[in-house]
Design a binder for this molecule. Structure first.
Ligand code: 5GP
Ligand code: ZN
Length: 126
């Protein structure tokens, strides 16, 4: 049985209950434009199934995990950033400010970016 969470906004987007600008979809993953883009290209790539975060991936999710990365490459081509460059970001858990509990890769491009992606980069290793 596919995993679905009725309270999840991304599951609702998968089900068509919340509209989204879909860039790409196959049986495993879906990609749609972020409603609050941080760059000219800002697309979210999600598994069709509800998996709350990367920390919830298990070895049986190998196919889904692979499809997320393959979709990133496809989305980069569709949105025209394959050559200019793009960044793939998974915010995972509280420190990373994950705000939606359904795995999503942010594919960001179309502008020159800085690194590291947060102010005050620390030299401490934790
Ligand atoms: P997070 O902060 O969890 O890494 O990223 C969640 C992302 O989902 C945010 O960039 C936010 O703009 C986006 N988002 C939240 N709700 C919606 C929605 O209903 N539709 C779309 N297209 N994006 C959403
Ligand atoms: Zn979900």
């Amino acid at each position: 049985m596919p995993r679905i969470e009725s309270d999840c906004i991304f599951c609702k987007i998968v089900a068509g209950q919340i509209p989204a600008t879909v860039v790409y979809r196959n049986e495993h993953v879906m990609a749609f434009r972020d409603v609050n883009p941080t760059a000219p290209t800002h697309v979210l790539i999600i598994p069709i199934e509800h998996i709350p975060s990367l920390s919830h991936l298990s070895p049986t999710d190998e196919t889904i995990a692979g499809h997320i990365l393959l979709a990133a490459r496809t989305v980069a081509e569709i949105t025209g950033v394959l050559e200019s460059g793009y960044r793939l970001v998974f915010n995972n858990g509280p420190d990373a400010l994950q705000s939606v509990g359904h795995i999503h890769a942010h594919l960001i491009g179309g502008k020159s970016m800085g690194w590291p992606p947060f102010p005050g980069a620390s030299v401490h290793h934790g």
